[in-house]
Design a protein around this ligand. Structure first.
Ligand code: ATP
Ligand code: MG
Length: 472
């Protein structure tokens, strides 16, 4: 096995006439009179390797009868390819069959539906489509680490089990060792979490932001990149119960600084994908053509976004544009109400056609920790929040400058009826060496959707968790 080369390496490095060993999964076998063609893929790259086996090779009968999905290794000579679109192929001299697949292998025919592939999420990565998506996902993950590392930010692993609700949204999964029927109860009949594992009511984190703020206040700039959980019952194409979030948090920074950071980060994701995943992006274009899905020249659009300024405007300006647009929205755009997906998509897709950064939302729409703007008309108070909206997906980033005044933060927490006690450590940051700071959260799957052009978030994460579904 030590001599095994990935197909990617064979294509990029092997010279005609050299010896090579490839190993992968059989996509198809075509039998001729005295030889057969095996199309082999090992996941290392988009391209398949064509293997030719002559009938004088040992076990030829068995080899030439292999079915789609079988795993084999082939040692042979790299030769010029007769087939079009392929530079080289492998003239196999020795074949090892690692594992056969029979005719019940689910991925037989081309053009299997995305729904069918979701039901076979354990195998779908063996298709050209999901190979492309997951190689791009990898590029975006590496680009994330490289980008923040190069900017001088430190990678923070924030806790997954928490005793607080960062967003105040209450859409959390509980973490408990109690048996639901046997949980001890207090005098009031409520579940007594003081007797639970952590001695308190704990949940899966919806965000790592509050902990990232702590570390930003010592390391200067940090970013998290981890799983987050929301039990929201929204069965949409853009929400998962378990998704990955990238959350930079920066000390001595204001909203404009992180808006700029966000646009540079998104551009970096795009440029790395364009540079490293051309075959994957080309395949996705081809796939959309087969599926009769509008492509809108996706790669050109990505190039355009990489090279253009993001549009920045305030929420108030956005409401004005929406109100005057003449569009028939399901929800009327109104000052004081969160922008709906249809509004976000109108702004990003129709009106500006580049990513849009909307800032300064009404205070009532946003979380307790966002910095309050000053000198505002009563009833029109806003906070230094931003959402980044991209064509095709809608909101991809939510962020803000954080409130750094202890008194303002305390009164906001009280106003919102939240429990100040559990946040004592968060308030300490404003007591000891408080500084202006800001950050944002990017939904990693939304970024993968954006770059790949995939329309359903279930198709850009390996094993999606959604309402009524936690298979695999
Ligand atoms: P949305 O309005 O789309 O539900 P949000 O305002 O709840 O988003 P934030 O709390 O600001 O989102 O989270 C930051 C980012 O995390 C979002 O911009 C989005 O990209 C991503 N995100 C939020 N909820 C989900 C989810 N359930 N599944 C996947 N990504 C999500
Ligand atoms: Mg939400």
């Amino acid at each position: 096995m030590s001599s095994r080369m990935t197909i990617k390496k064979i294509f990029s490095e092997s010279k005609v006439g050299s010896k090579a060993t490839a190993a992968g999964w059989v996509r198809s076998v075509r039998k001729n009179k005295t030889f057969c063609f095996i199309v082999l893929n090992d996941g290392s790259c988009q391209d398949n390797l064509q293997v030719v086996i002559n009938d004088d090779v040992a076990d030829y009968e068995a080899i030439s009868s292999l079915l789609t999905g079988s795993a084999i290794g082939v040692t042979g000579e790299v030769v010029e390819s007769g087939g079009k679109g392929q530079s080289i192929e492998l003239q196999g001299r020795e074949v090892t069959v690692y594992g056969e697949a029979d005719n019940t292998y689910p991925l037989q025919k081309k053009g299997t539906s995305l729904e069918f592939l979701r039901d076979n999420a354990h195998l779908r990565v063996r298709t050209n489509l999901f190979g492309a998506v997951f190689r791009i996902r990898h590029t975006l993950a590496m680009a994330t680490h490289n980008f923040f590392h190069e900017q001088g930010y430190y990678y923070l692993n924030s806790p997954i089990i928490t005793g607080h609700d960062a967003e105040g949204a209450g859409e959390m999964f509980g973490v408990s060792t109690f048996h639901p029927d046997k949980a001890p109860r207090n005098d009031k009949g409520e579940v007594d979490y003081t007797k639970d594992y952590f001695g308190t009511n704990t949940h899966l984190a919806v965000s790592g932001q509050l902990e990232a703020e702590c570390h930003a206040m010592g390391l200067g700039g940090v970013y998290t990149f981890g799983p987050t959980f929301r039990s929201e019952n929204s069965n949409t194409a853009r929400h998962l119960a378990e998704f990955w979030m990238v959350e930079p948090e920066v000390a001595f920074a204001d909203l404009d600084d992180v808006a700029d950071l966000a646009s540079r980060y998104i551009k970096r994701l795009i440029s790395d994908a364009l540079e490293k995943n051309k075959p994957e992006l080309d395949f996705l274009k081809q796939w959309r053509k087969w599926q009769k899905i509008e492509d809108g020249d996706h790669q050109k659009t990505l190039e355009h976004v990489r090279d253009s300024e993001f549009k920045k405007l305030t929420y108030t300006e956005a409401i004005e544009i929406l109100s005057k647009s003449g569009e028939k929205f399901e929800y009327k755009p109104e000052w004081g109400v969160e922008l709906q997906t249809e509004h976000e998509r109108f702004l990003a897709e129709k009106h500006f056609n580049v990513p849009v950064i909307v800032t300064d939302y009404p205070k009532s729409c946003k979380a307790f920790y966002m910095k309050q703007n000053v000198n505002e008309e009563a009833g029109k108070e806003t906070v230094r929040a931003m959402d980044v909206l991209v064509p095709g997906v809608g909101e991809i980033i939510g962020g803000s400058q954080r409130e750094d005044s202890l008194s303002k933060l305390e009164s906001r927490i009280e106003e919102m009826g939240m429990d100040k006690e559990v946040l004592w450590w968060y308030l300490d940051l404003r007591k000891y060496g408080s500084v202006p700071h800001a950050g944002f959260g990017l939904g990693f799957e939304r970024a993968v959707m954006y770059v790949t052009g995939m329309k359903n978030i279930r198709d850009v994460i390996a094993f999606p968790r959604t309402p009524k579904s936690a298979d695999f």
